[in-house]
Design a protein around this ligand. Structure first.
Ligand SMILES: Nc1ncnc2c1ncn2[C@@H]1O[C@H](COP(=O)(O)OP(=O)(O)OP(=O)(O)O)[C@@H](O)[C@H]1O
Length: 267
């Protein structure tokens, strides 16, 4: 077991090369318990590629990645993935499971409920608590095809939290949500982080408006390279974000939340 203060994630000098193309180029990052990272960058920057390493789905071509104290390449990725909460917008559910059943699949690490599997009372109780925390308990019997995108997202976060992960990865959780659904989701993430002070999270987004106020750190990627990485108050500033998106951008932070606009003064 790792110590409570040991890094949850660490990547050192990571390259990913696919089809002769360098998708990640000397990427390094360290995520510690209680830190909430934003992974930002334009289309094609390499965010999904980096997330696929952090979620133990791929190996780096060069460099080292340690997730929950285990080195990729020296550990069983399938087993490691069971300890990582991963909210993937491409959740491949084919059947009409209820919201409650979807959350329970977080206990089995499967997409569907395995045949003959029954949740233990503690698992039932945890799924109820998590649905309440995410504000979807009233929808527990509604089925996947009838849920809105925002409701699905909140059920998937509850599902990802079922195994009590120390690491939660969120891939564009607010994409496609209306403004009210986005705000509810971000508030739920702030509440979650407050209630689980040692949980570490990494959230991928294209939009600074989609970052919860509880974001502590950010890594800005451009063309597979790190433009800036570190505390949010230093990295989520106009200069590094302008360099990252190759466009003059003025960043504002109000009541903890960020917004981005074209910087007319630098034109
Ligand atoms: N298997 C592969 N072989 C070759 N190129 C790939 C492969 N997978 C991804 N790429 C390329 O790598 C680059 C980074 O892709 P990635 O999906 O990580 O970017 P991203 O930052 O998540 O982009 P987006 O914001 O558009 O989702 C893109 O140019 C993509 O086309």
């Amino acid at each position: 077991m790792t110590s409570p203060t040991a890094p949850i994630l660490s990547a050192e000098g990571v390259d990913v090369v696919r089809s002769g193309k360098k998708l990640l180029d000397q990427v390094s990052m360290v995520v510690r318990p209680g830190e909430h990272w934003a992974l930002l960058g334009p289309n094609g920057a390499g965010k999904s590629t980096l997330l696929s390493l952090l979620s133990a789905e791929q190996h780096p071509t060069r460099g080292t990645v340690e997730v929950l104290g285990r080195r990729l390449g020296r550990t069983d990725l399938r087993e490691l993935r069971r300890h990582i909460g991963h909210v993937d917008p491409r959740h491949d559910l084919r059947s009409a499971l209820s919201g409650r059943a979807i959350v329970l699949t977080g206990a089995t690490g499967t997409i569907e409920i395995p045949p003959r599997w029954r949740p233990a009372p503690a698992e039932e109780a945890r799924s109820e608590r998590l649905m309440a925390m995410m504000g979807v308990e009233a929808l527990r019997d509604d089925t996947w095809p009838t849920l809105s995108q925002g409701e699905r997202g909140r059920f998937l976060i509850a599902r990802a939290l079922m195994p009590e992960p120390r690491l939660l990865l969120l891939d564009e959780p607010a994409a496609g949500l209306d403004v009210a659904a986005r705000e509810q989701l971000l508030t739920a993430l702030d509440d979650l982080r407050r209630e689980h002070p040692t949980l570490a999270t990494v959230l991928v987004t294209h939009h600074l408006e989609e970052l919860p106020a509880s974001t502590t750190h950010a890594l800005l990627l451009r063309a597979g390279q790190v433009v800036a990485a570190g505390e949010a108050q230093e990295t989520l500033q106009s200069k590094p974000v302008t360099a990252c998106f190759d466009h003059p951008i003025a960043i504002e932070r109000r009541n903890g939340r960020w917004s981005a606009r074209t910087d007319g003064t630098s034109a």
